[in-house]
Design a binder for this molecule. Structure first.
Ligand SMILES: Nc1nc2c(c(=O)[nH]1)N[C@H]1C(S)=C(S)[C@@H](COP(=O)(O)O)O[C@H]1N2
Ligand SMILES: [Mo]
Length: 252
């Protein structure tokens, strides 16, 4: 059986199991195929599993929609939330020359990257939509280095399953699975609409995950950890979002 028809069969099975016998059976099937998201517990857990498992089986390699430059929103919508820490302000005052992105965990070569280093790698652009879960959105050109490029440099170990990312704002941390981490549109973004990434939009560096809703695109990124287990971070749900009722996997 081809890979895609096998995927279709499993997904059809998941959906059928969910419809006929309830979400619990579908969750059992997802478990068998290693497709259980970290926030699978609780009332909505089985539904989260069905969404994540079927996206991963059918759309793992699909691309987020890209738009022509003419459709870029003016001015880009931003939360304009100033990053609060003194450490951030100190780095900002120095033009971010002392800023580093540290990468550790299940990697062969833990490393700390300066902005200049990140900018020296092949730069990519994408014009994609950032969709907030609250209903607003904007289209912008994002400039950055694919996360996969940096992961290749540090050498991700084969047993790794997730990349956890941390911000200067302690409440804002999140994680994605290797399918999204190695996806060509997942960027460490340092530019917006032909210019440097404004602080209001998460500068000097933000995670950009265009295949998921806005809150996965965490701003003011400072640290990445590669892991095979999300249980040891926060409340063990994969990110701060499920702690306040939002899904860990928020695919669009
Ligand atoms: N560090 C941090 N990252 C964040 C947020 C935030 O408040 N702090 N807000 C998130 C949400 S809910 C959305 S919709 C987008 C908004 O991106 P923007 O500020 O570029 O409009 O950023 C996401 N990343
Ligand atoms: Mo949002």
């Amino acid at each position: 059986m081809s890979d895609i028809s096998r995927r279709k069969l499993i997904t059809t099975g998941l959906a059928a199991a969910a419809g006929v016998t309830g979400l619990g059976v579908a969750a059992g099937m997802a478990q068998k195929y290693g497709l259980v998201p970290p926030d699978h517990g609780g009332i909505f857990g089985a539904g989260e599993t069905l969404t994540y498992a079927s996206h991963r089986l059918l759309t793992k390699y699909s691309l987020a929609r890209e738009f022509p430059q003419s459709m870029i929103s003016k001015p880009p919508f931003a939360n304009e939330m100033a990053p609060p820490t003194d450490e951030f302000k100190r780095l900002q005052a120095g033009g971010f020359a002392d800023w580093r992105l540290t990468v550790d965990g299940m990697v062969a070569h833990p490393a700390a990257f300066s902005l200049d280093q990140l900018k020296s790698y092949p730069s990519r652009t994408q014009v994609t939509m950032l969709q907030c879960e609250e209903g607003w959105s904007y289209i912008a050109e994002w400039i950055g280095v694919p996360l996969s490029h940096v992961l290749d440099i540090v050498g991700v170990l084969p047993q790794a399953r997730y990349v956890v990312y941390f911000s200067f704002q302690p409440d804002w941390w999140d994680s994605i699975d290797m399918a999204d981490a190695s996806h060509p549109q997942t960027f460490l973004a340092y530019g917006l609409n032909g210019d440097v990434l404004p602080i209001g939009n998460g500068g000097p560096l933000r995670m950009r995950v265009p295949r998921q809703v806005g809150y996965k695109s965490v701003k003011f990124i400072t640290h990445l950890t590669v892991t095979d287990n999300l249980k040891k971070f926060g409340k063990g749900l994969g990110s701060a979002s499920p702690e306040s009722g939002y899904a860990w996997y928020a695919g669009i």
